[in-house]
Structure formats: structure tokens, C-alpha cells
Design a protein around this ligand. Structure first.
Ligand code: PMP
Length: 304
């Protein structure tokens, strides 16, 4: 497998890609990231991922020295250099190298790295997962806003470990008021009657897959609501699924030991998933063919 990573302002072999032990992304989780997918030689919703990256940067007071065009070019070239047809891309920006001590004024410049892999699986099976309610809560919006896609994922990591310890594939996290927020790396939908319901975004990440599902539902004439709901509504839902760039769309077949939808993918989830997998293959920013000389590297260097 080709393993070319963009790091430190250039493309390097994977083994040579490194960040400093003084990088505040590593020392304090002081950084932001995006997980992006490519399908059929196109990067899906690259613009929306860059929108969210810039929003996270603004919230973190992290001045990005790259334009959107620079970042798009680096993402696309990383894909091209790795021969990505279908794949997963991780774009990370850290506060950069600084001193020990959280004060970000010691950091001279943000660090950027981009990894592109031909595959990425969040769960053992995409056919359906079991989830359990986590003892960890998503942070309230007046603490570390879950809307910032920051490198601080410990809440999510602990929830996922706990879920796996309890024999489940994924965690269902509640918010500070006890309403359903999201899963450890995906948004959550339930279907009750003929409508899909997903929680409003104040207590979860404004997922790009979630947004796409809402667009698809509107296109298919499936009623969809954004409103808070409780665990009880999940337990009695006809269908449930998680969605995210990494997860894509995965039916939830068991919640806290309760079988959902007879234990198999429900009709609404299937319609949404089928439409989603067709849609992602039809749209997106084309990954350019790599020039034989690798000449686009110059333009990337100039972007630094
Ligand atoms: N919630 C969390 C906590 C996530 O990490 C992710 C994955 N980025 C999502 C939801 C889904 O977001 P998206 O559809 O934009 O990947």
C-alpha cells in the first residue's frame, strides 16, 4: 500500500511523517481535525469539511495560514499520491510546536498533516451494531462545545472502551440533561412511525453525514425532525441507525439489550442507506491524476 503523508509542509513516506513531542496537539489536544471520505475517485463534500474546519479553527482562535484552496489542493494531492479511489482522509491541524505549558502563545505556527488510506472501518460489521448507553455524558455546550471538532476526544474514547467492555459495538452518549446526544464518533437517528428523528446539534457534532441524511430524507419525501428525545424513545423506536463519515450508515439493532426493529435493518434505514451510497458515488471533488513528474508538489510547497 502506498503510504505518502503530507506533514511538515511536504509529502513524505509514512515512516518519516512525525510531529514534535512539544506539539500542543499532542501535549494538550490543542488542535482540530476532519475525517473525510473519497468515493469513486472523488472527495465527498470536501467544501463542507473545510467549512467545518474553519469554524473549528475560529472557535479555537487558531489562525490558519492556509487558504481553503491550499487545503483542498493538499487533500486532493494526498489522495492522488496514494492512488485513492475509495478511501478515508484524515486532515489534522495542531496549534504547533511550543513550550511545556498550555499557553498557546509559545507555539510559533500551526502544524498540518494529511493522511489518506484506501479503507477505514469503525465496526466489525456494517450490517448492524449493538449499542449501550454510556456512563459518560457529552459535554454541555457551555463547556467544551461538542461542535468543535477538536483533538480532545477522550470523552469519546472512554465511552467507546466502556461500550466494548460491555460487549457492545458502540456507545450511546446522553447530554448533560439526559437527552440522547450522539454516539462516540457518529450521529444518531431513530425512526418512529413514519418519521426520522435526530437530536438538535447543540450537544453533538454537526455531522456532515447527518446533514446529508436530512437532505436525502427531504428528497425521498421522508419526514425528518430535529428534536430532543430520550432513551425511552430509542428503546421503543421502530428503527435506529448511526451515521458519520467513518461509520457511513449503520443500523442499530440492539440498544441496552433491547432488540430494535426485529433485529434487522428497517425499511426507512434501508432507503436512506441505499440512497446515501448511491449519492456519495455520484458527487464530490474529483481527485486529479498525478502529473508524472509530481509537479503539483511545487504548488503545495508554495502554499506553505
Ligand atoms: N459525532 C462525532 C463525535 C464524530 O466524531 C463524528 C465523526 N466526524 C460524527 C458525529 C459524524 O460527523 P461526520 O458525519 O461529519 O463525519
Amino acid at each position: 500500500m502506498t503510504n505518502i503523508i503530507y506533514a511538515g509542509g511536504r509529502f513524505v513516506n509514512g515512516e518519516q511523517a512525525a510531529v514534535s513531542v512539544f506539539d500542543h496537539g499532542l501535549l494538550y489536544g490543542d488542535g482540530i481535525f476532519e475525517g473525510i471520505r473519497a468515493y469513486n475517485r472523488r472527495v465527498f463534500k470536501l467544501d463542507r469539511h473545510l467549512d467545518r474546519l474553519f469554524d473549528s479553527a475560529q472557535a479555537m482562535r487558531l489562525a490558519l495560514p492556509w487558504s481553503r484552496g491550499d487545503l483542498a489542493a493538499i487533500v486532493l494531492e494526498t489522495c492522488a499520491r496514494n492512488g485513492i479511489v475509495d478511501g478515508y482522509i484524515r486532515l489534522v491541524v495542531t496549534r504547533g510546536r511550543g513550550d511545556l505549558g498550555i499557553d498557546p502563545r509559545s507555539c510559533r505556527a500551526p502544524e498540518l498533516f494529511v493522511i489518506a488510506r484506501p479503507s477505514m472501518a469503525l465496526y466489525a460489521s456494517r450490517a448492524g451494531i449493538a449499542v449501550v448507553t454510556s456512563s459518560f455524558r457529552r459535554p454541555a455546550p457551555d463547556t467544551l462545545s461538542p461542535a468543535i471538532k477538536s483533538l480532545n476526544y477522550v470523552n469519546n474514547v472512554l465511552a467507546r472502551m466502556e461500550a466494548n467492555d460491555r460487549g457492545a459495538d458502540e456507545a450511546l452518549l446522553l447530554d448533560h440533561q439526559g437527552y440522547v446526544a450522539e454516539a462516540s464518533a457518529d450521529n444518531v437517528f431513530i425512526a418512529t412511525g413514519e418519521a426520522l428523528i435526530t437530536p438538535p446539534c447543540a450537544t453533538n457534532l454537526k455531522g456532515i453525514t447527518r446533514e446529508t441524511v436530512l437532505e436525502i430524507a427531504a428528497r425521498l419525501g421522508i419526514r425528518a425532525e430535529e428534536r430532543p428525545f430520550t432513551l425511552f424513545e430509542v428503546w421503543i423506536a421502530r428503527e435506529a441507525f448511526v451515521c458519520g463519515t467513518g461509520a457511513e450508515i449503520v443500523p442499530v439493532l440492539n440498544v441496552d439489550g433491547r432488540k430494535i426493529g426485529g433485529g434487522e435493518i428497517g425499511p426507512l434505514t434501508k432507503r436512506i442507506a441505499d440512497a446515501y451510497f448511491a449519492h456519495v458515488r455520484e458527487t464530490g471533488t474529483p481527485i486529479p491524476a498525478l502529473a508524472a513528474s509530481g509537479s503539483s508538489r511545487t504548488s503545495v510547497a508554495a502554499a506553505e
